[in-house]
Design a protein around this ligand. Structure first.
Ligand SMILES: [Zn+2]
Length: 282
């Protein structure tokens, strides 16, 4: 997971921009909801800081009028996403993250915005910037309409959580007969971590299927370096793996100590079977 700066644009500014070109009847309806949207955004931000989004159940299904809910949802779909829509500049602004890398999986390319709390169930949060997280299509799809019921069920929030400074992602080289070695990724939260944060990290890893994502990429990386390793002696391989591990950027915006490639090189450098002969089978 990568950490992102909290968006500087306000919920009110985005909402007013989005509804600015709505037809008059819809606009009047939406203008009457402006303060409810701003209040919901304020409550959301307080809850997000406290990792307590599961306590916002009272906002679910609000406002009670079905047409109001429909118009709010359409505010995202029709007034923010389309290229020519009045809120599109905010849509692009929120999607604009370093190297376009999805902060949820730290691997694939950002293609959309994911509603941390889904817009169908929380229409008041449909265009609230802090509820809109840049995401790849796969992360957006696997998370779907899931709503956390407990603290532990909340996936990590790139604007509010920073778990990049301590290592919780680990990998291990697995050997098997008649197939190339492969790498399994696991979550092992640091000792002394708060139990809820530890559960959330594991939930994030499982929800976004990060082990299934990183494993094949690790296999490709091992295949790519096989030739280079073959030209080195054992000491050279040890040095190469350690230097590559160290060279991978470890700041929060790159995933910190839990960057899947850094973790891979750490695992390769710690596996004497791989260093001595296993790499030739990669
Ligand atoms: Zn992703």
């Amino acid at each position: 997971m990568r950490t992102l700066a909290i968006p500087k644009v306000s919920a009110r500014d985005v909402f007013l921009a989005c509804i600015s070109t709505a037809r008059q009847a819809n606009k009047t309806r939406l203008q009457a909801l402006e303060q409810a949207v701003v209040d919901a955004a304020d409550q959301y931000e307080v809850a997000a800081i406290a990792a307590a989004l599961h306590t916002l159940g009272h906002l679910e299904g609000e406002p009670v009028d079905e047409l109001d809910r429909t118009e709010l949802t359409k505010t995202y779909e029709q007034r923010m996403v389309p290229t020519s829509s009045p809120g599109n500049r905010f849509y692009n602004l929120l999607k604009d993250v370093p190297h376009r890398i999805c902060p949820l999986c730290s691997k694939r390319i950002v293609e959309t915005l994911d509603h941390q709390l889904p817009k169908m169930k929380y229409p008041l949060l449909a265009v609230v910037p802090t509820n809109l997280v840049p995401a790849c299509s796969s992360c957006n799809w696997v998370k779907g309409e899931k709503i956390p019921v407990t603290s532990a069920e909340q996936t990590l929030h790139p604007y509010y959580d920073d778990v990049t400074g301590e290592q919780w992602l680990f990998a291990r080289v697995q050997h098997a007969e008649n197939r190339p070695p492969y790498v399994e990724y696991t979550v092992r939260p640091p000792e002394g971590w708060d139990a809820i944060l530890a559960a959330r990290v594991l939930n994030h890893f499982q929800t976004f299927r990060l082990g299934e994502l990183y494993g094949p990429h690790a296999g490709q990386e091992m295949s790519n370096i096989r030739g280079a390793l073959a030209r080195m002696d054992v000491a050279g391989r040890v040095r190469f793996l350690a230097e590559t591990e160290r060279s991978i950027a470890v700041d929060a915006r790159a995933g910190g100590l839990n960057h899947w490639r850094r973790v891979l090189y750490q695992a390769l450098g710690a596996d004497s079977w791989y260093i001595n002969e296993g790499f030739t089978r990669s």
